[in-house]
Design a protein around this ligand. Sequence first.
Ligand code: ZN
Length: 413
Amino acid sequence: MSQLQKALLTASLLFLGLNGCGGTGGQEAPMASTRQGVALAPPPPPGCLPESPDTDQDGICDGVEAILGTHPDSSDTDGDRLSDYAEAYGLDGVDLPSLGANPRRKDLFVEVDYYPGFLPAQTTLDRVISAFTTAPVSNPDGSTGVSLHLMVDEQISAADADQDLDPVWTEFDLIKAKYFEASRAPFFHYMLLANQHSGGTASGSSRGIPGHDFVVTLGFAGGGTALQLAGTLMHELGHNIGLRHGGNDNAHFKPNYLSIMNNEYQLHGFTMGGVPNVLDYSRVRIASFNEATINEVAAFTPVAPTTEADLALIGGLRFNNRLVIGNASANLSFNANFVIEATSYALDLNHNGAKNNVFPASQNDWQALVYDGAGEIGDSQLGALRSLSRESAFLVAPDKMEPCLTVEPDRTP
Ligand SMILES: [Zn+2]
């Protein structure tokens, strides 16, 4: 039994003690009811009476919040845009606790539907889940990481599986309206594993940055290898949670940005502590970098709290689509000639023809994630923390169409 389950049981027993009856009704997890499409306030959970103080008005009274270990003055203790109530008891027919939600640890839910022939292997999904599990993100329960729930749901029927998804979001909406349960909209991102989109050979697309919809389309590459699929999934999901190709800017191939969001790494990942092809968003901050004065011996410069030791753990770096020797801290062969040059030189690293680009310092992605899906993720029990009405349509217009990487032949020797 998890700590959360124990806390919920304690709260249920407390409820039995309070009202003196045992047996009928009260101990079951409350479920919200709806009538004619209007969301009603969910019932108070076991241990709370309608008149019990509820400082943050999230539906859980202060006394039970103390038992659960959630904040009585925040409706979203862990800051993942899923209310404490929804994570502890479920809401509007979506049973988040049975799906693994924890109000004291960040959770990210993604419904995954797939075209015939595109069912992803669990081991592939686990590569991305592992990246989130080991993320440098702290939680109120004392754990680190983010619980990513990639929930494979349904196969799209052959008749519905539009092969070119062109225009992508128009075709996508037809499928989403049929295969995605609208009650999940305040809690779930929606991902479609399809053949291709927009009639081209792009590997995927996010509907906005941040957003709540994305497609992964490696049909032109035979569905991609497990690594390509996992990397592309994590890349597009990254856009959904607020990351750009340069992290906090739109720079492409930004050499001092070590993230799966940088197209150099989308299909490859990094070597971390000697393990190759590890998927990760940037977990370090690196100082601004000038293509005109590349120093292979010194490599990159950390920005606190990142240290040289942190950078030294990151290898498998790539420039101009070539894997190079060295690590982010030292002896890094930017020109991929397998020799560490003693003198500095200029080199085009962002594929634009110039050798004098200066790239601003890069961010730690994990500290910059956006969990609200551009306002769509977040339920009614967030109260004042939810800026948009949950009644807003879940099929919203894209704020930016972002085609992402077209896979090119790997030039790595
Ligand atoms: Zn992208």
